[in-house]
Design a protein around this ligand. Structure first.
Ligand code: FPP
Length: 298
């Protein structure tokens, strides 16, 4: 990804080769994490039950931009800008590590209630981020997909969202899901409505339609997968690891369906300070967990 002040020659070539202009040691990041994971296991860490310690599907609640700015007596927009740079670093590192999906919480349905100047600054930042960074993500083989509702979003931002999704649609190396104008309860209500409409259609227009007088109504019966088909991004894997920064320990209406069995990692770092080594630490923490999914494990 490219920050506005990056030079084009510093941009990443495609594939796994070390990037020109990358900081020393970055190319061996994958090796370092694998070594850390091995060390964690040698220290007596629980053997992961899920057939491999390396998380491939991550979700991140990027919290603490406001406090980061406040501590520096900067406007809150400066915190979000620093948060955007942090996201760039973390995504590059995730690409280096071979992580397949990262879902970030960029803007919730509740965030519209923030002061108008902060919301406006965030909208401008999203446009700037999409324009400056999506081409670079595309070069690195990442697909960008927005998750959330488009209604109420400024049309010039919707246009860029659609363009970035179209540009990167064929990429397979990593998917970046950006939860924007997103709330998990809204997503679940949308899914329930979609499922109900689908069921009604398959039953002649509704539970009562065409039913002989006095006969019992047919009760719908759904599976997890039926509901998943109606989520905003049905193709998203359940995150194996959910990271939240800034010391807060809440889910905040994020991916409520998908994180049912995710491992949770809380970092005290404010999001703009969250760096590559913090992602490594979260992944090593994940490697020490024993996942049982409600069973007894093996
Ligand atoms: C939470 O910190 C952060 C946000 C609401 C915005 C996150 C957005 C970015 C990092 C920019 C990313 C851009 C794209 C295109 C994905 P907060 O303001 O709630 O922090 P606080 O709790 O300290 O106030």
């Amino acid at each position: 990804m490219t920050e506005p002040d990056d030079k084009p020659e510093d941009r990443a070539p495609e594939g796994d080769a070390p990037r020109r202009g990358a900081r020393p040691g970055r190319a061996s990041a994958g090796k370092r994490v694998r070594r850390n994971l091995k060390l964690a296991r040698m220290k007596g860490a629980a053997e992961p039950a899920a057939g491999g310690a390396e998380a491939k599907y991550l979700a991140i609640i990027m919290d603490g931009n406001g406090r980061w700015a406040q501590r520096r007596r900067l406007p809150v927009a400066a915190g979000h800008r620093a948060g955007a740079k942090s996201l760039r670093r973390v995504l590059e590192h995730a690409l280096d590590l071979g992580i397949k999906e990262v879902t970030v919480y960029a803007f919730s349905t509740e965030n519209w209630d923030r002061p108008a100047d902060e919301v406006a600054a965030l909208m401008d930042l999203f446009i700037e981020m999409i324009e400056s960074q999506v081409p670079d993500l595309h070069d690195r083989g990442a697909r960008v997909q927005f998750v959330g509702r488009r209604d109420g979003v400024p049309p010039d931002l919707v246009r860029r969202i659609e363009e970035s999704e179209a540009l990167t649609a064929g990429n397979e190396r990593m998917t970046l899901f950006i939860a924007f104008n997103y709330g998990a309860r809204r997503e679940l209500l949308d899914a329930a409505e979609g499922l109900a409409a689908e069921w009604a259609e398959g039953h002649g227009g509704g539970a009562a339609a065409g039913r002989p007088r006095g006969s019992a109504p047919e009760r719908p019966s759904f599976t997890d997968e039926d509901l998943r088909r109606h989520l905003h991004a049905p193709e998203m894997h359940d995150p194996e690891l959910l990271i939240r920064t800034s010391g807060e320990q809440r889910i905040s209406n994020f991916l409520l369906w998908q994180v049912a069995y995710s491992e949770l990692h809380f970092s005290d770092k404010l999001w703009p300070d969250f760096a590559e080594e913090d992602l490594d630490a979260a992944l090593a923490d994940y490697a020490r967990r024993q996942r049982r999914f409600g069973g007894r494990g093996s």
